[in-house]
Design a protein around this ligand. Structure first.
Ligand code: SAH
Length: 244
């Protein structure tokens, strides 16, 4: 019997932002895999096997999920936010390339509310004009590439969402990113620091880039750098729809 694998996004934290489609998959699953804090967000029930794992083992976890599904189980692999945004979906397809014997598994990718969208909604409409998103982690790419993309994004006047801005093991990365953007002439741009959005620890702070301090970001922060027209109206921050 060929099993099923759903790669599901749990949203940014608040259970109200888990889609009905993801809830339905979790209610039917035989096995749930994922990084331990995400698996902990899945309601336990009789007969459901939970397989929490460590953060840095994405490819192993993806192969394990495919293997269990190939054995006939109904596996849900969970990510926070959206599973296709710097998360498990790409790892599963990488694992599938290496495991052609799992080619019959019925795979579905179930979207979720990514941190960038939840953060933007809290701040106002900072993504109302063209934007790009980057992962600031240099685990899977060289730092030179990150700097190049930041410089070009600044030159193109995109608003820029930064995932994984700052880790304990690599605190200097975010400092360097701020330096690149200052040098590219972005000192007056507004920067939104959206911490733990939609959780009880949520905190949103907006400052001009020249006043941004590295310690305003941590691994639970999504950073949005406005474009050159991004501005405040009352307590809100938005990017005007028109540009010249
Ligand atoms: N797949 C996830 C992103 C995984 S990368 C998604 O779509 O949201 C992990 C990064 O996402 C964190 O370092 C942080 O930058 C961001 N993030 C995840 N949840 C967040 C939240 N509730 N508030 C702010 N940022 C969050």
């Amino acid at each position: 019997m060929t099993g099923r694998l759903a790669i599901a996004g749990l949203g940014p934290g608040d259970a109200a932002l888990i889609t009905p489609e993801v809830s339905a998959a979790l209610a039917e699953a035989t096995d749930v895999l994922g990084y331990a804090p995400y698996v902990a967000r899945v309601p336990a029930r009789e007969g459901l096997r939970l397989h929490p794992s460590d953060n840095r083992v994405e490819l192993n976890r993806a192969s394990e999920a495919l293997k269990l599904a190939a054995e006939g189980r109904y596996v849900v692999l969970v990510s926070s936010g959206d599973p296709g945004v710097f998360a498990m979906a790409a790892a599963v397809f990488e694992a599938l390339e290496a495991a052609p014997e799992c080619g019959d598994v019925a795979i579905r990718v179930l979207p979720g509310v990514t941190a960038m969208l939840a953060a933007a909604a809290r701040a106002g409409a900072p993504l109302g004009h063209d934007f790009c998103a980057m992962n600031l982690s240099d685990n899977l790419k060289p730092w030179e590439l990150i700097e190049k993309r930041l410089r070009l994004a600044a030159e193109a006047d995109f608003s820029i969402a930064l995932y994984n801005p700052r880790s304990a093991s690599r605190p200097e990365g975010f400092v360097r990113a701020l330096d690149v953007l200052r040098t590219a002439g972005c000192g007056e741009r507004l920067v939104i620091f959206a911490h733990a959005v939609t959780t009880p620890k949520e905190r949103i702070e907006t400052v001009p880039l020249k006043d941004a301090r590295p310690d305003m970001a941590d691994m639970a922060t999504l950073v949005i750098i406005g474009n050159s027209a991004t501005r405040r109206v009352g307590r809100w921050v938005y990017a005007p729809r028109r540009a010249s």
